[in-house]
Each structure stands twice: as C-alpha cells, then as structure tokens.
Design a binder for this molecule. Sequence first.
Ligand SMILES: [Zn+2]
Length: 321
Amino acid sequence: MYIGIDLGGTNIKIGLLNDDLTVQFKMKVPTESETNSDRVMANIIAGVKQLLIKTQTGTDQIKAIGIGVPGQMDIKAGLSIFSPNFSNWDNVPVVKIIEDEFHIPTYMDNDVRVNLYGEWKLGAGKGKQDVLMVTLGTGLGAALITNGQMMYGKSNSAAELGHLNMYRHGRPCACGSSGCLGRYVSARGMIKTVQEHLAAGETSIITEWTHNDETKITAQMVSDAYDQDDQLAKKVMQETGEILGYGLSSAINMFNPERIIIGGGVAAAGNRLLKPTKEVIAGHALKVAQEVCDIVPAQLGPWAGMIGAGVYANQQVTYSN
Ligand SMILES: [Zn+2]
C-alpha cells in the first residue's frame, strides 16, 4: 500500500492507496499554513498517524509515501525551499521529517507534477505518452510528460508555462519578470483583468455582488456573471481564454503533446474559457502539431493531488529499484 499526501494552503489531504492504486481511505486535516513549518509538519505527521489508526494499517504495510508540495524545491534532497502559500517556511526538510517519524521511504515532488502522475495513470491521461497538464488555480501551474517520461529539466523547472512571457511590458510577476502567462490566466489574473476594466469605467453586475469592494471579486463570480450575460464578464472570459490559447499554441509547437489536460478550480469555467482558447489554437498552432492534440478536462477532481502523490510513490518504488 501507499500513502499520498497533498499539502495545500488550506487543507492537507491524505489517502491510503492499495497496491492496484485504488483509494482505500481518504481524509483531510487543516494545514494551518499561517503558522510555521514546525506546526504544518506536525499536522502532516498527526494526520498520517490518524490514517494508520483508522485503517488499522501498520507502517510495515506501507511501501512508500508520496507528497506533493507547492513552490520551489530540491527534489533529490527532499527539501522544500520556498512556498508562497506558507508562512515561516524556509528550507524545510520535508522528506527527512516524515522518514524519521515513520521509517517509510518518502518522495516529494511539486503539486502539479504529482497531479499529472495521477491523471496519467488513473485519469484523463491514461494510456498517453505525450501529455501536458495545466492547472488553473490561484496561479497557473504546468507539468509535462514526453515519450512516457515526466520532464524535470536540470533544476526541476521544465515546462513552467506559468512564466511563459506573453508581453514585453506586462504585469509584474513574483518570478522577477513581467508579462507572464500566469499573471493573466489564473484566478488572480482574471480578477486583475476585471479590476482593470472597472477602473476604465466599465460596469458589471459583479460590483453589486461585492458592494463595490474590488477585493471581494472571485473567479467564480466571473463565470456566474457570464451566465447572466454580463458584458464585462464575457469580455474578461474571452480575453483570458484567448491569452491561454496563445500560450498553449506555443506549448503545442514546442512540446507536440497528444493531449492537454486542464485542471484546477478555474477550469470549472469550462467552455466559457476554453472556446476562445481552442479558436486561437486552431488559428495559430502548427497544423501538424494541433491535429494530433486534444484538450480535455482533468478527471480526478479535488482529491487529484492526494491520489497523484500515491501514484508517484508507487512509480518511484517500481522504477527506482
Ligand atoms: Zn513569472
């Protein structure tokens, strides 16, 4: 059996996977990401102990633990260097802390790759050899499988599409650059676009919903307003979808995937967002590449990160021995 852990900003999702990778048990505990790394790691350990007790499983029955962590990391060293979602989080030896506690081989990777491992083995990427995954959440994450292998690059930043440069003088990005794709195509990006249109004097039903408090705008509101035929929401969805289309056209030309999986909370916008995306791709990506590529929604849902972490642990055990 395997344990999968999805370390999110709000919750830690933990699950027990059977050897055939079916989920036997799943649970979540609060992350308390606003505290510090000691507290968050203690919450992970306590959560895993709880899972072992509830499922009456001994540590000797667990072959490996996989954990998906957002942010910058040294995968080989098992070190989470920095994570934007956590307070007081600096060079945390995640793998060592878990291994010292349970004496079970533990493997860490970033949250999007772990997600893709899950979709690849059990979800929307099943049976495919060249798969690009894009997660549209607060920001934009991406991961890539080429010729049946997860791509890492020399410093584990391969396929970081969120920082694909779209504009010469665009919105500043936390990476130090500006005009990055994720600054436009993400929950944060869409909200910023709404705010810009409002600042330019346009009107939207969203301002009624938020009582004119711009900080209360959410990506979900853009979808809801779109469904009420709100012109500004339709414009924002169109713009965001198009920018994603240009970004994906570049990705299609570069990586030649046979499938692009779109996941994350913002993906719930579905064709409101993806229709303009697909139109741009049809007009701009290389024909030879776009003909073999389809775009599909992720299948594993809100537990994808946990499931993927378990799959990742299984892959590490299976292929590293
Ligand atoms: Zn950037």
